[in-house]
Write a protein of this length. Structure first.
Lengths: 137, 137
DNA sequence: CTTGCCCCTGTACTAACTACAGATCGTAGA
DNA sequence: TCTACGATCTGTAGTTAGTACAGGGGCAAG
């Protein structure tokens, strides 16, 4: 019954340093169940192992890619469950991809409106601003 | 002393319908000072005029263009103040434009990562998922 | 022995709304 | 006249993804 599933024993601040994740964010992830409650030392300090590092890195990567915490939660249950994982993951990746593409399209529209707007303006110190008028219309 | 500065007298629900803005959002904008407290009827109902419609439309347009409520607040003080407006507006528009462009660049990076990731996956029902492995790494 | 540091906990704050509970008021129908 | 309905009003809480701060405990060095 010897527990040798974790090699490194990290405190919370060390996990934060190791992953680049904010200290408080780790606690937050534990509160909402994205990260498991880690074991504690006799003094009550959280102790993390390799598996926590891996899981947190995964979460951070997914967040970077724009997945919401709920989506990340979903992906994690796939990881944890391990059943027909690949097809599901593929599907969710594609769904998220189309989401990202929609946001890009949206931002491009905004970009061109802002470009037009800026072009209309001479940049001089005129009290009457054609840009504001254009935008209000 | 006759007040004829507003032609239309709209209730809140009518302002909402006229602008497409959510009813509750209007109250919220009043709470945070984006919209002014409107005059009331004897029964305490809010009454809006043309100037409210115009202002709310402006706010909505700016929000659509991705300005934060704080930025909108700033633009509104320029509108209200009316001093050296144009140069300032030009500047803020450009600042926001570069912001939008940065977000586009970011999303494009995410897009290509997701594309690569999805391409790696066959979409078959394999329990071991190369995508998840790739994403964790 | 006291100062400082690191850890702990709980709570409040952010943005930009949305939603719901409970009060009131005027009018329309029975 | 009584009651029900619809519209408005107010205040408060929930959402997402964290960040920040207040207050308490224990260990170690000076």
């Amino acid at each position: 019954m010897s527990k040798n599933n974790s090699v490194t024993n990290l405190l919370r601040s060390e996990l934060a340093k190791a992953t680049g994740c904010n200290l408080e964010t780790i606690r937050y992830y534990e509160q909402i169940g994205i990260m498991p409650d880690p074991p504690r030392t006799a003094r009550g300090f959280r102790v993390y192992g390799e598996e926590h590092v891996r899981r947190l890195r995964f979460v951070m990567r997914m967040r970077e890619l724009g997945f919401s915490l709920n989506e990340v939660r979903g992906l994690l249950t796939l990881v944890d469950g391990g059943t027909q994982t690949c097809a599901e993951v593929h599907e969710r990746t594609l769904a998220h991809l189309s989401d990202v593409r929609a946001r890009i399209t949206d931002l491009k529209r905004i970009e061109s409106v802002l470009e037009e707007t800026a072009a209309k303006c001479s940049g001089e110190d005129v009290p009457e601003c054609p840009v504001l008028d254009a935008l209000s219309a």
